[in-house]
Write a protein that binds this ligand. Structure first.
Ligand code: PLP
Length: 320
């Protein structure tokens, strides 16, 4: 029979001197968890959740810029696609998730926000190891907008290192299911820091360039754009670059991108919801072309941010 712990019980417990101190200063924001809206500092999950124990989870991140969601529909498509592939179910349909995301942003008051929706496998009430018995958990939150590249890096271009770490192959994990399998990416990041770079690109299983921690990559050669085709998350910003290229009459393809092709490119940039289109001007300590942010990158960056006010590409947050 279970009962609540009494002060007597507490006295019998060993004294724990070095209790873990939560190192986080939580960003200002609002989360939705178990049917409630909470400040970020109170949004916590069980250590028994398989999302935490097994990385058994999927998520999506969309941003809000000037009080408007950017391409929310595409992020919802990817999120619900991931749920289906992982056989997870949530008690909310597309409209309800949209409403929850709007509420998180509106309650946070942020006009520029990083908004995440996620679902973990949860845990089984009987501690069964059978994932079919787990109660899946949906959560969402809105925190201030963050970028892979800071203002200075956006101006001068990022310094990137190419790590020899290999991205988890698509035969193991379908990269279209946005996931938290990041150990390859994190190890790549440490390689980059060890070599004095600011971020990393890692390889696919054929030794071509794949992607980096939270971003896709493009190179430009003789006015034509290419981005890795396989073993990468089909990023919404990557897709947006294709849409902008189609609009501008620029040639863009998804194909193998060798390490040599990247080093010899005229321009390189990375793409992510966390920062948009971000220039890269140095790889492994060597400048790309002139070492300046290239004209096609600059043009696409301007077009990308311009679309954030366009109702065909963005939708107004329902602030109170
Ligand atoms: N690749 C990985 C591994 C990512 O985690 C992300 C975003 O988080 C991206 C690429 C970029 O995708 P998106 O443009 O949809 O943000």
């Amino acid at each position: 029979m279970s009962r609540t712990m009494t002060t007597q019980d507490e006295k019998r417990l060993p004294v724990v001197s070095n209790r873990h101190v939560d190192p986080h200063s939580y960003p200002e924001g609002v989360a939705f968890l178990d049917g409630q809206y909470l400040p970020m500092s109170q949004a916590k999950i069980s250590v028994l959740d398989w999302g935490f124990l097994h990385s058994d989870a999927t998520y999506d991140t969309v941003h809000v810029w000037n009080g408007r969601f950017f391409r929310l529909g595409l992020h919802l498509d990817r999120f619900f696609g991931g749920l289906e592939k992982l056989r997870m179910t949530i008690p909310f349909d597309r409209e309800s998730v949209t409403e929850i995301l709007h509420n998180c942003v509106a309650l946070s008051g942020h006009r520029a926000a990083y908004v995440e929706m996620l679902c973990t496998r949860g845990a089984s009430p009987t501690f069964s190891r059978d994932p079919r018995q787990a109660l899946n958990r949906f959560m969402a939150f809105a925190v201030p907008f963050g970028s892979v590249a800071n203002a200075e890096q956006l101006q001068r271009g990022l310094r990137v290192a190419i790590s020899d770490k290999v991205r988890i192959p698509p035969a193991s994990i379908d990269p279209a299911i946005k996931n938290y399998h990041w150990l390859d990416l994190v190890r790549g990041l440490y390689d980059a820091y060890d070599r004095g770079a600011e971020t990393a690109l890692i390889l696919d299983f054929n030794g071509n360039v794949a992607e980096g921690p939270g971003f896709n990559v493009f190179c430009v050669k003789d006015g034509k754009l290419s981005t890795p085709a396989i073993g990468v998350l089909p990023g919404i910003t990557r897709r947006t670059v294709f849409d902008l290229c189609a609009q501008e009459g620029l040639a863009a393809t998804a194909a193998d991108v060798s390490v040599a092709a990247l080093r010899e490119a005229d321009e390189v940039f990375i793409t992510s919801t966390a920062g948009g289109i971000m220039p890269v001007t140095e790889i492994d300590g060597v400048r790309i072309a002139s070492g300046k942010v290239g004209p096609i990158t600059s043009r696409l960056m301007a077009l990308y941010w311009g679309k954030h006010d366009d109702p065909a590409w963005s939708s107004q947050v329902n602030y109170p």
